[in-house]
Write a new protein. Sequence first.
Length: 242
Amino acid sequence: MHPRERIMIYGLLALLIALNVSLLLGRGGSPAFADPQTGPGDPGPVELLTLRGDAEDIALRNRGGRLAWGESAHDRAYSVGYVYTGKILGQLMQSEAFAEEREPLMEEVRETEAEYRQRLDEIQKRLRELDPNSEEAQAALRQGQAVYEEFMQWQESALGRRGRLDADQLERAYRELVAAVEIVADRNGIDTIYQFVPTGEPFEAENPEQAMTAIRLRSALRYPEALDITADVMEELHLEEE
């Protein structure tokens, strides 16, 4: 074979090999490289994933960092957590700050109750020294009845003041709890937090009505324990597990 013909044949063979390699590596001559981030069966980054179904297909997308199958905010998957609010509120209400707020009223109650008790004891002592049928004894009885009615009115007023204070503190404790829940939820990427009572908590009920209330408060009958973020919220509020 003439050397010039041999060179031409070798050149054609090299061109054919190059074309075959190009076709094997990718269409249109674009080389394909393995993605070290993808595993077996991982299609890699995609904007849309269609799942075939018997009735209809579902198109899955990423909407705001959440798995979405529609345009509505309701057509998205949200993460969930649970918080035992009663446990946290109980500790907040027993905190030193709230106890100090209650102390002036409690001191006033103790002093006023002692005064009324002393007045009633003095009337009762005087009655023991009088003839029950005497006019003086009847006057002492009327005086004792008046003091007792006055005490009951004062007690009702004191209970109302204590109730309003407790309600105000409970609301503030609730606001602190919600603020801590927001921080923990943002930190862990949790969308929805439900308040609940663990099913294992004792009822401590003394009648059927209280037992039914305890049942109604246990809104979750089954839940993954890992979704309970009560400990995280307590840590955020600087509370200790009992």
